[in-house]
Design a protein around this ligand. Sequence first.
Ligand SMILES: O=P(O)(O)OC[C@H]1O[C@H](O[C@H]2O[C@H](CO)[C@@H](O)[C@H](O)[C@H]2O)[C@H](O)[C@@H](O)[C@@H]1O
Length: 401
Amino acid sequence: MAKPSVAVPEVVGAASAAQAACPCPGTTLFPYPPPRGAAVVRRKCHQLLQVELGGMGAAGAACWGVESMRASSPTHAKAAAALAAGVDREDERAAAAWSARHPSALGKFEQIVAASEGKRIVMFLDYDGTLSPIVDDPDAAFMSETMRMAVRSVAKHFPTAIVSGRCRDKVFEFVKLAELYYAGSHGMDIKGPAAAKPPSSSSSSSSRGHAKAARNHNANKGGGVVFQPASEFLPMIEEVHARLVETTRGIPGAMVENNKFCVSVHFRRVDEKLWAELSESVKAVLREYPKLRLTQGRMVLEVRPTIKWDKGKALEFLLDSLGFADHTTVLPVYIGDDRTDEDAFKVLRRRGHGVGILVSKHPKETNASYSLQEPAEVMEFLLRLVEWKRLSRASLRLRLQ
Ligand SMILES: O=P(O)(O)OC[C@H]1O[C@H](O[C@H]2O[C@H](CO)[C@@H](O)[C@H](O)[C@H]2O)[C@H](O)[C@@H](O)[C@@H]1O
């Protein structure tokens, strides 16, 4: 009889309080800086709803603005100052409750590996904020050589995928490991290593759900999987990218990044006084493209197709098409820091199978079960996994002698 995949702490408390106070059913809140108690969460509700409205398409996007942009990254100077300003008792209690619900994946390492007993771990890693620290210049978000070595070691033992909002080629330039799977453009551009196992036709129910999608993918020459569910949007994204470059040209610090199937408009280096103007310019362009929607990440506005595809779908697609859908033999582990990673955490939670790990220094609404504070802890976790695997293999060899 298969063991349960992993103990998943319930998400209750502050989040529930916030959701109860919010008028939109099903709205999930991911505030930056994180609220430190239910009362704060309630006060912030309106602002946070505005953040999430970014996910409701260009029309919905018209509702949100500077407040949500201001709330979009804990690295924002004012947010950092607020966090440094002191922590009261209520804050401390809320932080402790959050840590109990999302304990450190390092502290609970034994629990996580116990859940993988008899199963193959499949590793999914976000890039920015997970493998590389958040920096001002998106083109300079380099990964350290030690992190690269850790990921390489992990990939030797476990099938490993990078799932990023970035263009796939760009994230590959940063990671530089040919042996991995890559899902770029928030999962809309998936490619496996040349020597990857060809997609199998698994018969699990979730696989059947992806049957149509899977029919669209092609085998690489070397047998790897390639899947681009938003390919029809390519010309539109090119056009919108050019329009956004043009329209934001006069706003110092604004940067428009072409991520192939989506576009990022960065405002990390834009003076806060100009955020309203920037967001208005982006929304004005998007009004002409009803098939595109606007979401928000860490100090970035993200323009993407309205198709129902996200990092969660990419995770399911990879699991299903590579023959890793069977929860009795596979344990997916997903590590990410951003709102877009929540789609993947939700999938793991819904399947009741797998380990979601949020990278965040601060309490933050999440569907992940565990937490790690920063990329340095991600690296430590990866190295511990490698060491654990090495030791368990060695002990198995001894037992077989
Ligand atoms: O899914 P991810 O791999 O986390 O990609 C999400 C976005 O990451 C990048 O932007 C973020 O990181 C930059 C570098 O640290 C930072 O300057 C920016 O403020 C962050 O939002 C990337 O540039 C975006 O295109 C991705 O959508």
